[in-house]
Design a protein around this ligand. Structure first.
Ligand code: ADP
Ligand code: MG
Length: 342
């Protein structure tokens, strides 16, 4: 498969601050890429560079092998969906969707047909004559999506597109976005700070921090085998315990010793234990410090008696008999422990 978008050593400097620090990224045709990171990590800056709204301080962006670094947004094969939808309030939904085609000089009959088709694709075939204000937030979001897709971009860029929706609608729209992306087959690049959203949508997740890519890959791999401590804490929860690597290639921590392949003796490292890998069982006596009932499970925090500075996080069955302040015994499988360079 030939790469659709190549970001090559892109840096972006604003005054004395580096918003992007030598970022390189490949985006494959038909993929759903999610840029995930906390606020200020450089996600919007990278998306703006992809869309042509910003020219990077250094580095290049190639789309389909063509250097687009300095190309205007309208000239490059990208389209952008903004968080506030940016629909034209005085225009009908149909005219909103057809707008890009009108700009391209497409005939009225053809653009009406294409706008109809796009609205059908997003489940809004009956809204053609309506005005944006007559639609719900989720519907307006779908109009914005149809408007961006109608010009058949090679890459669709979405910056926190579900940020304005309430949680329930947000989860519902995630499913729809994924389904629409599969149907049209366009490569989507979607920015979010919500790790659940990233896992729900991405085939390829790119974890960003301080203008750098911390880790990237399938959500399954990034969650199961995060490359860095930051990734382990940002993609899902975990208990992090510091340790030191010995000459035998083992890391010794307050919760035991584990194989640490590839890490140098004497180096500082840590382990991460996912809460779903911690179970009730004989091994680690602890005192329960918090129990949060979550419906389908209980989120339990416990302090090991022999390592009282650690807060061990466990995801226990909803029916587990656990009480705050009580003694509990917990265990985890050493094979599931994630070892990380510090
Ligand atoms: P994110 O979208 O991940 O929240 P941004 O890409 O918006 O992050 O910002 C990355 C960093 O660059 C932040 O520190 C932000 O303050 C800074 N920044 C972004 N745009 C500008 C700008 N136009 N001028 C100055 N600093 C900016
Ligand atoms: Mg942003």
């Amino acid at each position: 498969m030939t790469t659709l978008v190549s970001v090559e050593n892109v840096s972006q400097v604003f005054g004395s601050a580096k918003a992007l620090d030598s970022v390189s990224l490949a985006i494959q045709p038909g993929s759903y890429t999610v840029l995930l990171g906390p606020s200020g990590s450089g996600k919007t800056t990278l998306l703006s560079i992809l869309g042509g709204f910003l020219q990077p301080t250094t580095g290049r962006v190639l789309i389909n092998g063509t250097d687009c670094t300095l190309m205007a947004p309208a000239k490059r094969p990208t389209a952008t969906v903004f968080q506030d939808y940016a629909l034209f309030p005085h225009m009908s939904v149909g005219s909103n969707v057809a707008f890009g085609l009108r700009m391209q000089g497409v005939s009225k009959a053809e653009r009406t047909a294409k706008a109809q088709e796009m609205l059908r694709l997003v489940g809004l075939e009956h809204a053609f004559e309506k005005k944006p204000h007559q639609l719900s937030g989720g519907q307006r979001q779908r109009v914005a999506l149809a408007r961006a897709l109608v010009v058949e971009p090679a890459v669709l860029l979405l910056d926190e597109p579900l940020g304005a929706l309430d949680l329930k609608l947000r989860r519902q729209m995630q499913d729809e976005l994924k389904a629409i992306q599969k149907r049209v087959g366009t490569a989507f690049v979607h920015v979010t700070h919500d790790q659940e959203e990233a896992m729900a949508l991405a085939d390829h997740v790119v974890v960003m921090s301080h203008g750098r890519i911390e880790d990237e890959g399938s959500p399954e791999r990034v969650y199961a085998r995060p490359a860095t401590r930051f990734t382990a804490t940002f993609m899902g929860e975990s208990t992090i315990v510091a340790g030191e690597v010995d000459a035998q290639g083992r890391i010794t921590t307050a919760l035991g010793a584990f194989d640490a392949p590839g890490l140098a003796a004497g180096s500082a490292a840590c382990i991460a234990i996912r809460p779903e890998h911690v179970h009730v069982g004989p091994a680690i006596p602890a005192i329960v410090t918090a129990v949060v009932y979550q419906g389908s499970f209980k989120r339990v925090t416990a302090t090991p008696i022999h390592a009282s500075d650690i807060l061990l996080l466990a995801r226990l069955p909803a029916g587990a008999q656990v009480e705050e302040g009580a003694r509990i015994s917990l265990r985890f499988d050493p094979a599931e422990v994630i070892v990380l360079r510090d």
